[in-house]
Design a protein around this ligand. Structure first.
Ligand SMILES: *Cc1c(COP(=O)(O)O)cnc(C)c1O
Length: 379
């Protein structure tokens, strides 16, 4: 059984001794733009590719304004700071996520509260979110507080797992009702749409990542998507050492950060963005092949949620139980096909094991069963 799966996957990625989970793909203007960067000497934090990448990404996603920075993790940190998350606040998020989400909120001095995901999206459940709020929180003067800890609950951070959008309409509604700022961790979901609207543009801020393993890459990099241009301008200012423009004086009006994306990375991003539509087509084609195959052998394949168009960043299958998952991981990884279990739940890691949790039955079920399978763009 597993040998047939391995052969099928190897057939989809021929001429490779070891099939990786996700490899970057450079088939466009990458070298041309990098050379332009070097020839111009503008390789660092200013240059035309930075502005171009921001403008083109805003146009592609439909955001009012996009701000690049050095990686997705600090983009989440900046996003939380921009919506007013302060030391001692609580942030509602899902424990089924990559560590970056929780690291970023910790940099702000905030505490995570872990809410379950939905089985059909793998992302934060608006129903479970509201259930938790009704039982454990209270609104006072349009501010939500945790009744047990007394802390202010400032924001909600859903994550679009493997590029599958969460139930955004419902989530926006719940966040509005309880005066929560919505920050979407859309690090995995560039090119994923919810009812025709790009993920990362539903909340106050959305965050993308361009790490090497993501759908498109700048080497390392991140981006904030804003609906509010004023907030975007403030973010740009804070992320560039909060330097006030002046011909020669060094005037800074905030504690700033050096979180700028260098022009050389943005050059790579501009080239990658040009090939994104073709990448997405290829990725969705691969997902359709996988879906057919796993249906035919009676295994569960993770499909895009209803009304959504997912980028299928990483394809996922859901095995029967942990034993089956472990034997599948063992077999595939020792036979030339890279597979990986989903992340350990955040509330099981030492840094977050004290965190407050709602009912996590879906997370607990999925954490034992989900495996990612090779998902690179096939040329
Ligand atoms: C990749 C990723 C990030 C950001 O990662 P960086 O490597 O810092 O760009 C954040 N959240 C999730 C869920 C991710 O997958």
């Amino acid at each position: 059984m597993y040998s047939e799966i391995v052969n099928t996957i190897k057939g989809l990625f021929p001429k490779q001794d070891f099939v990786p989970l996700h490899a970057p793909c450079f088939v466009g203007n990458e070298k041309k733009y990098l050379n332009e960067c070097i020839d111009s000497t503008f390789v660092s934090s200013v240059g035309k590719f930075v502005d171009r990448f921001e403008n083109e990404m805003a146009a592609y996603t439909g955001a009012k304004k996009a701000v690049v920075c050095v990686n997705g993790t600090n983009a989440i940190q900046m996003a939380l700071m921009m919506v007013g998350v302060e030391r001692g606040d609580e942030v509602l998020t899902q424990p089924l996520t990559f560590i970056a989400t929780c690291n970023a909120l910790s940099y702000c001095g905030a505490y995570p509260v872990f809410i379950d995901v939905d089985r059909d999206t793998l992302g934060l459940s608006p129903v479970k979110l509201e259930e938790w709020i009704l039982e454990h929180a209270e609104l006072r003067d349009e501010t939500l507080y945790n009744k047990r800890t007394g802390r202010r609950i400032k924001a909600c951070v859903p994550m679009h797992t493997f590029g599958h959008p969460v139930h955004l309409n419902k989530l926006v509604e719940v966040c509005r009702r309880y005066h929560l700022k919505l920050v979407e961790d859309a690090a995995e979901s560039i090119g994923s749409f919810y009812h025709g609207q790009h993920t990362g543009t539903f909340g106050e801020v959305g965050v993308l990542s361009f790490n090497g393993n993501k759908t498109i890459t700048t080497g390392g990099g991140g981006m904030l998507l804003f609906q509010d241009e004023e907030l975007a301008r403030l973010c740009k200012h804070i992320s560039t050492q909060a330097k006030v423009p002046h011909p020669w004086e060094f005037v800074h009006d905030h504690i700033g950060y050096n979180y700028r994306m260098p022009n050389i990375n943005a050059a790579l991003g501009c080239a990658q963005l040009e090939t994104l539509p073709a990448f997405l087509e290829k990725k969705r084609e691969l997902a359709a092949i996988y879906k057919n195959y796993f249906d035919s052998v009676g295994m569960e394949f993770m499909s895009e949620p209803e009304g959504c168009r997912s980028n299928y960043w990483l394809n996922a299958i859901i095995l029967k139980d942990k034993e089956e998952r472990d034997s599948f991981l063992e077999y595939t990884n020792s036979h030339g096909v890279m597979t990986r279990p989903i992340w350990q739940l955040m509330n099981r890691l030492p840094m977050f094991e004290q965190a407050e949790c709602g009912d996590l039955s879906n997370c607990t079920y999925l954490a034992d069963r989900i495996v990612n399978i090779p998902s690179s763009v096939r040329l």
